[in-house]
Design a protein around this ligand. Sequence first.
Ligand code: PHE
Length: 443
Amino acid sequence: MEAREEWRSGLGFMLAAAGSAVGLGNLWGFAYRTQQGGGAAFLLLYVLIVLVVCLPVLVAEMVLGRSTTSSPLLAPVKAGGTLWQPMGWVFVIASCGILSFYAVLMGWTADTFFHSLFFGLPQSLDEATTFVTSVSKGSSVFLGQLLSLVLTAAVVSAGIRGGIEKIARWSMPLLFGLVIILAVWSATLPGAWDGYKDFLLKWDSSQLRNPETIRNAFGQAFFSLSLGIGIMVAYSSYLNKKNQLPKQALIISGMDTSVGILAGMVTFPIVASFPQVQEAVKGSFVSTFFVALPTGLSSLGITGQIIAVLLFSLTFIAALTSAISLLEVPVSSLIDSFGWNRNKAVIFSTILIFVIGVPSAISEDFLGKMFTYMDILLLLGGFLISILIGWFVTRTYDNDLSESNSNISVRRYLKFMLRWVSPIAIAFGLFVSVYDLVKSAIT
Ligand code: PHE
């Protein structure tokens, strides 16, 4: 048996975890859901969920990985006994399920990037719609999906230090730099203020009672933080005891939320500055991103083209580091459970995920459904983590955090929240989500 790999540094781990968190969910999901969910009212709900409900679970998920030094499939069993085996399966199923459609979206992003770079931007909404149809249908979808998966697989097969940590180290600073530059540029647009007002600077508290908004806020928080899916178990299992998990969890969620807000500050001013593209925005966030933005930018000539190329490359990089983390869940589980070597585990998982992704590549409707249902699995995963660590193996939690010298009052606060607040709030989120889905299926 080879020795278990370890991150080169705590910073490397944090960048990789932030790389997992920051992805497509931040670049278009967050801003769109904020705008739909009542602007600042949604942001408040979101931040509350992140700080009060998710943060304790994030730390617990990290503890589960670090204390067992096991992969997501085995860690629950090692910590709590065979009764907890299904939790490992929830992790593996959710990560394969999410990566299956995520790779399709990455393919669309790559296609739009190449198109913006080599052929220029669509001049009208009609042209853009034709382009998006060509991107999202037919054989180019499979090619995009396949190439995205192959690239992801190449990084994961290079291992923790040589692959995942290395790419996180250069891509995260680059991504931050790019999103800040783009947000500053967007601020100079004539519609900047209207864009901010539409996205964030409004307050519609009636949305806070809307089950769909509550479902979106919970789903977005878990999806965006890559929480409840075993990624943090996998990543933390390569981490030594010197790292203070609560601090790192706070930094990771801070980075994640700021990229979401910054991305909204990039996209909304663009949409607001080009009234001719407003129509496309009404459809869905897919059409905002792939139709409205390139079309709006096309009226700025070469500048618009450069911005589009930067925006879509930024999106692709963000998505790649998330896809890598998703693939690491089945890969590390296969290595751990069957003693496979990394390459074999990567090849097997990649082929499996490609096949599962075929229906999403063919039907946008199916893709949307996968997205919705996987969000619910994440909530379920988060719920199980809070019960296992908060109620069944609390001592593990205490020992792990005290060995790494985390502040005692922070530890007490987190433990209290993990036991009494997170499970109840997540159960509520799960209930509202299922209720909302059943209701919309019936009507
Ligand atoms: N957090 C990623 C994003 O916001 C998506 C993701 C979800 C990645 C779950 C891993 C696990 O796009």
